[in-house]
Design a protein around this ligand. Structure first.
Ligand code: BGC
Length: 731
């Protein structure tokens, strides 16, 4: 419970009495650090150690005699999770813990709108604060390496620049509420399959250029207050207490001053945890992984074994002091802060933000014969077919699952929006329920569902097929990866059959991942809608009706077949690994970098997304031709909305270096700007890029290096739709 308000004066009083003259001087310069030092000096070794590990599933101990509060944590990235029991994973059964479910982070990334990411983070932080959480376990910024990763929906896509740009305002927004964001999973947790055991081998270059930038931005640009370790190994060592990743890079090079929290049972060794930078150990079972027994917390690696090593001098007390210093720093930023806002939940503003992110993130992929938007006409009958039209997409998925106060299903959203048209519905196909890591058989007979769906399709003018993945085990869910690239539960065959009954089909694709699309030629329209949270159905209806003009852009590529993806092209040794080791053989060529460089066309490219209006990008210019290494490049262009309705376009700037001494992707995203334009409106857009963003990670000097010479600047509205290419020189 929160003791701080009760005992806060006691802490201050203790602090004041033990100041020495030096501390008093320091206090003037660093008052917070001095306060922390003074608290450290009166804590016993036992009290310090107790602060470094869990006391329950989601909390750590405070120090009652001093009024130092407990720390309360909660998942997760898209909303505050329902209360979990003290000692096991069962839900606690509270009736006052429902919240706003915000869209999944793939959707947020698709908005390409950093301002909206700030609003998302702020609203979510308010809900976390209202629920009395000190640490929110999110956002996740692991890079989308393969469409099979069951957890991609929780992350921000395949591009490090996009993920870095979106994560910074999100974190700042959360932390404005006196709630620590906990960016996760550091690092290289790019698949769920065998995540506890898999060893990742990846070059220093790919590590620094692809997999670490979003974490670095979280630390250096957003000043994130905590970071979560990952389950997997890197170069043979567990990442949660990794000498290179945690101790050297994170706490050394990046000067991270916050708290490293383990993933739930990702710590494996007392000495490594103590010395390589883990500060708080969570979730460890008595058998080392996952299984729980009541009151086993004293057996944690950072509990009794740590205390023993400190007492017998094997580990110096300065080690625990550093951890507790960081923990207290986090507390002064959160639950010991004197001006912490109160927070709020389930309010209209949060629902509006959730709806805005959802509508801005939906991506229009295909729109033959202007299939979308669909008019609300009394002469039209729309058949909504597919399990995802009614399935809850806030439950399932693993630790990010939510208990929203309400969730508008696509069917409900469409019914509420379409007052004149007739909406009919059929489930079409059905998945089985999934309980943790098991999938139960579907309770329905597939053939009867199909026959019924075809009947319904025949009665309609238009079919909206609402399908995709089910966000259950092996279908976009934590704990394991997908097993097939294609759509599950017979959806592909079902579309074939529906096509025979009705030619006008639009696909509302609800996934957090790319899927195989052999059915693409059979449908006229496709919208990629992600997992959208509480306001899902309203947002989908906003786009389908044309109330909102789509402006989302894909944050990852859709390969034609799995082998077209870089990671998969090298076979099992690259994904999912052989004998629990995998080598990232595609190296820096992740996602569109691979498709572009190897000239393998995807079905849909990174950065792609259509609109109901048309834009053109003209008068593309750069402010100079030659730049110094410490200079900035300003790219400008005029964007015109040439269509008849208002809309938004995302101008994207990519940079390449075709003549280089090192391997390079053809081009990499280095800047973007989303511009909202009324019909007929024209706006000049300027995008500034620091020349040092063009550096590559030079393994020979273990540092960033800016090559001199010519670079190509590409400006367009998708990685595969470039309006203008220009040359610059860096001297
Ligand atoms: C997940 C984390 C999550 C934690 C607590 C772990 O299994 O990997 O992302 O925050 O559980 O629920």
């Amino acid at each position: 419970m929160n003791f701080v308000s009760k005992y806060y004066p006691v802490i201050i009083c203790f602090s004041l009495t033990i100041f020495t003259t030096i501390q008093a001087q320091e206090a003037k310069q660093h008052p917070l650090e001095a306060k922390i030092d003074s608290i450290l000096s009166i804590l016993t070794l036992e009290e310090k150690v107790a602060m470094c590990h869990a006391q329950s599933k989601f909390s750590t101990k405070g120090v009652e005699r001093l009024g130092i509060p407990e720390i309360w944590m909660s998942d997760g990235p898209h909303g505050v999770r329902a209360e979990i029991s003290w000692d096991d994973w069962a839900y606690a059964g509270w009736t006052n813990d429902s919240i706003t479910a915000f869209p999944a982070l793939t959707c947020l990334a698709s908005t390409f709108n950093p301002k909206l990411a700030g609003e998302f983070g702020f609203s979510l932080g308010e809900e976390a604060r209202y629920r009395k959480k000190d640490v929110l376990l999110g956002p996740g910024v692991n890079i989308y390496r393969t469409p099979m990763n069951g957890r991609n929906f929780e992350y921000m896509g395949e591009d490090p620049f996009l993920a870095s740009t979106m994560v910074v305002p999100y974190i700042k927004g959360v932390q404005k509420n006196g709630v620590a964001a906990c960016v996760k999973h550091y690092a290289l947790n790019n698949q769920e399959h065998k995540r506890d055991l898999i060893n990742v081998e990846v070059s220093d270059r790919a590590l620094h250029e692809i997999y670490l930038p979003a974490f670095k931005a979280a630390v250096q640009k957003a000043n994130v207050w905590s970071i979560m370790g990952a389950y997997n190994k890197f170069r043979g060592e567990y990442t949660t207490h990794h000498e290179l990743l945690t101790k050297k890079i994170l706490k050394g090079d990046w000067k991270f001053d916050g708290v490293v929290i383990s993933d739930w049972s990702s710590a494996h060794d007392t000495k490594k945890a103590a010395l390589n930078g883990l500060d708080i150990e969570m979730g460890t079972g008595t058998d080392g992984l996952g299984m729980t027994t009541a009151n086993h917390y004293n057996q944690y690696y950072l509990a009794s074994p740590f205390l023993k090593a400190l007492k017998n001098g094997e580990i110096s007390e300065s080690v625990v002091n550093d951890k507790v210093r960081r923990i207290l720093r986090l507390m002064y930023r959160t639950n010991m802060s004197s001006n912490r806002p109160l927070g709020r939940a389930n309010n209209k503003e949060h629902h509006d933000v959730a709806r805005k992110v959802a509508t801005e993130g939906i991506v229009l992929l295909k729109n033959d014969n202007n299939f979308f938007p669909i008019k609300d006409d009394k002469n039209i009958t729309i058949a909504v077919i597919g399990e995802n039209a009614t399935r809850s997409m806030t439950t399932g998925g693993g630790s990010s699952e939510l208990k929203p106060k309400f969730e508008i299903s696509p069917l409900q959203g469409l019914k509420e929006r379409y007052k004149n048209a007739t909406i009919i519905h059929s489930i079409g196909y059905a998945s089985g329920a999934s309980i943790y890591d098991q999938v139960m058989p579907s309770p329905y007979d597939a053939d009867s569902l199909k026959i019924e769906a075809i009947k319904v399709a025949k009665k309609a003018d238009i079919v909206l097929f609402v399908g995709g993945l089910s966000k259950s085990h092996l279908q976009d869910c934590e704990g394991d990866d997908r097993k097939q690239y294609g759509l599950p539960f017979g959806q592909e065959e079902l579309i074939d059959e529906i096509k025979k009954a009705n030619k006008n089909i639009g696909f509302v694709l609800i996934t957090g991942n790319a899927v195989d699309m052999p059915w693409l030629s059979k449908v006229d329209g496709v919208i990629q809608t992600w997992y959208l949270g509480s306001m899902a159905g309203h947002a989908i209806a906003d786009i389908i009706s044309g109330d909102v003009n789509p402006s989302g852009k894909l944050p990852f590529s859709f390969p034609k077949k799995l082998e077209d993806n870089g990671a998969h092209s090298f076979g099992a040794s690259s994904y999912p690994g052989i004998n629990l080791t995998q080598e990232y053989k595609e190296d820096i060529l992740v996602g569109y970098r691979w498709h572009d460089t190897k000239k393998i066309k995807p079905v849909y490219a990174f950065g792609y997304g259509m609109s109901y209006t048309d834009f053109n990008i003209k008068n593309v210019a750069i402010d100079n031709k030659k730049y110094a290494k410490n200079g900035t490049i300003t790219v400008s262009c005029d964007v015109t909305n040439t269509g008849t309705i208002d809309g938004a376009e995302v101008v994207q700037v990519y940079v390449g270096k075709s003549k280089s001494n090192v391997k390079r992707a053809v081009k990499e995203l280095k800047g973007f700007s989303k511009v909202f334009l009324k019909s007929g409106e024209i706006q000049t857009v300027s995008i500034t890029i620091n020349v040092d963003e063009l550096a590559f990670y030079d393994e020979s000097i273990s540092d960033w290096n800016i090559e001199e010479g010519d670079y190509e600047i590409y400006v367009g509205n998708a990685s595969n739709n470039i309006s203008k290419k220009m040359k610059i020189t860096v001297k």
